[in-house]
Design a protein around this ligand. Structure first.
Ligand SMILES: [Zn+2]
Length: 135
């Protein structure tokens, strides 16, 4: 599956010039080219999602081992965390792409909802004003 590039982004401007989206969309296209060249286009989406979970597991490993104080210094584990966070983002671009989405759409549409939540007002609720219990 390939992403359907739309002219206007979530921010209601031409996608090609959107300050928010242009870098993410270019990066997604670059990652698509790289993954297609290196791994082909035949992997089922489930395998790609599992690859994302694998990367998240590798990030978790960094925190576990650092907390346990084994197999590396704090500084070494921090370097690994930075790498794993990068790997997660690369894989997430791939998951979005192979699912037919632009990651910028996924992110900004969701962030626009989530950022309205205020858990300092109601720690046990949904974080939204009483009139809106969506999500
Ligand atoms: Zn945009």
């Amino acid at each position: 599956m390939r992403v359907n590039q739309v002219d206007a982004c979530f921010h209601k401007v031409a996608r090609a010039v959107c300050f928010h989206c242009v870098n993410m969309d270019e990066t997604q296209a670059e990652i698509r080219t790289w993954t297609s060249k290196n791994f082909g286009d035949e992997d089922p989406i489930g395998i790609i999602v599992l690859g994302l979970v694998e990367e998240i597991g590798e990030l978790a490993r960094c925190y576990v081992k650092q907390e346990q104080g084994i197999r590396g210094t704090t500084a070494q584990w921090e370097m690994e965390m930075k790498k794993e966070i990068g790997d997660i983002l690369i894989k997430l671009h791939d998951v979005a792409d192979r699912s037919g989405f632009l990651l910028s759409d996924c992110f900004y549409e969701r962030w626009d909802d989530v950022k309205q939540r205020d858990f300092t007002v109601d720690k046990n609720g949904h974080g939204m004003p009483e009139s809106d219990s969506n999500g």
